[in-house]
Design a protein around this ligand. Structure first.
Ligand code: ATP
Length: 446
């Protein structure tokens, strides 16, 4: 993990938020390559969801009417139990003490559970995870609003707006990507548990009675999405929530978990939310949230199958899964360790790099021409500094799938070498075939 965090900083994937002021706990900034990777993750999800006839997109506001969070159950239930250590003042989630370490730097390596056994902790108190703020100039109770802790509610309250505007019939879904905020008691493990993060959520509205079937379909599709984007099969697993521990709204719930260096962690939840959400919004708003089935001439409250993924947590899973240290032969016949980010080519932040072998004999001019031909289509990086082997390593480290090199043969026959990141195999192709080569491998749908 430490290696990945340091590479992420050094190469501009992720920086600590407000670093020059000592950082802000649980918040991270995405750098030039990180923002590309995150965008590619979101684009892949958006395509998988909305390039279908039965799913529409939406982008709801982060601030919503405060009654939304009463109806959803967040005001009442969205809390974690918190305990404080009377001695070192560290704060823990009472249900996660097993994994936590003592906060006293003098007791390095000591488990928090030991301190608990010694009676150092306070009684558990419930702590609501929603961030509160005020709308308008007066900071009184009537002006309280919350930063949304999930994007889903913006979908539920717009269910009938979307349905009638798009003339969708049940079953159909609504997809949304956006920021969510949770005032987590403990933030840890890099991007895994942060206070500001992004979610990619899709709510699929179905007729009651067909929910179990749709739940299974969505489980299959969501796991396949991670596999199609190259995540190692053995590092993905399902975790079913035990019936007794199900959230207040859920009939069944499974998490897709990824095996991070610190252990298995949820990256996406697939939930059967029944008619809980629409019924509650109907009750709290006084507006009907029922669907009228024209064919059957009947009215009903749809059940909802939810797929709820973290964009930032998925980002981290893709990054961790792609990171490799491999032995690679050097030009002089030795072996060196190369760090390579084997990101799926559709996720890679840069798609291509162009190198002139030397900075003379017209090679830079040809290199710049190739770069200019690629640039309108794909993210490309031009690099003319240092030995070519080093330039390859720099691109390997950030996952660039294809590197094109202009060499002395280019001057004779207008061909360049293309070197593929994973196999490190090189072949020659004509300069005018470069864009086509990339398009064949990178463009197109899923
Ligand atoms: P956890 O038990 O880890 O707190 P959760 O069960 O509360 O997660 P959900 O409410 O199901 O999570 O949220 C859906 C998805 O949103 C998660 O699978 C995860 O990818 C993402 N997510 C939730 N909380 C965070 C967070 N604090 N930081 C980053 N991503 C998060």
């Amino acid at each position: 993990m430490d290696k990945i965090v340091s590479l992420a900083k050094r190469r501009g994937f992720v920086f600590q938020s407000s670093e020059i002021y000592g950082g802000l706990n649980g918040c991270w900034d995405y750098g030039p390559l990180g923002v590309e990777l995150l965008k590619n993750v979101k684009d892949e999800w958006w395509k998988a969801m909305t390039f279908r006839e039965d799913i529409e997109g939406i982008d709801a506001a982060i601030l919503m009417h405060p009654r939304v969070w009463e109806a959803s159950g967040h005001v009442e239930n969205f809390s974690d139990p918190m305990v404080d250590c009377r001695e070192c003042k560290a704060r823990f989630r009472a249900d996660q003490i097993e994994d936590a370490m003592c906060g006293n730097p003098g007791f390095k390596g000591r488990k928090a559970s030991k301190c608990q056994a010694e009676g150092k902790f306070t009684e558990a108190r419930q702590f609501n995870l929603m961030f509160k703020t005020f709308i308008g100039p007066v900071e009184d109770a009537g002006a309280v609003v919350y930063l949304r802790p999930e994007t889903a509610q913006g979908i539920f309250v717009n269910f009938l707006n979307v349905q009638s505007a798009s003339r969708q019939k049940i079953p159909f879904g609504i997809a949304q990507i956006g920021k969510a905020f949770r005032n987590e008691i403990n933030t840890k493990n890099f991007l895994f548990r942060t206070r500001e993060f992004e979610q990619m959520e899709m709510q699929y509205f179905v007729k009651p009675g067909t929910d179990v079937e749709w739940f299974e379909q969505w489980r299959t599709l969501r796991m396949q999405w991670f596999l199609d984007l190259g995540v190692t099969r053995e590092k993905l697993q399902w975790h079913q929530h035990e019936k007794e521990k199900l959230a207040h709204y859920a009939k069944d719930a499974y998490d897709i978990e990824y095996q991070f260096p610190f252990g298995w962690g949820e990256i996406e939840g697939v939930h059967n939310r029944t008619d809980f959400d629409l019924s509650r919004h109907e009750q709290y708003s006084g507006k009907s949230m029922k669907y009228f089935d024209e064919a059957a001439k009947e009215k009903f409250t749809p059940y909802i199958i939810e797929t709820s993924a973290g964009a930032s947590r998925s980002f981290m899973a893709f990054l961790v899964d792609a990171y490799r240290e491999e032995e690679a032969p050097t030009a002089d016949g030795n072996v060196e360790v190369r760090t390579v980010m084997k990101l799926h080519r559709r996720l890679a932040p840069l798609k291509a790099a162009v190198f002139p072998l030397v900075n003379r004999d017209g090679m830079p001019e040809i290199g710049r021409k190739i770069e200019a031909a690629i640039r309108p289509h794909f993210r490309v990086f031009y690099d003319d500094s240092g030995a070519v082997g080093r330039r390859y390593r720099r691109q390997d480290e950030v996952g660039t799938p294809y590197c094109f090199t202009v060499d002395s043969q280019t001057l004779q026959d207008e061909t360049v070498t293309v070197r593929e990141r994973d196999s490190m195999k090189q072949e020659r192709l004509g300069i005018d075939a470069v864009v086509r080569y990339l398009t064949d491998r990178l463009a197109g749908g899923r």
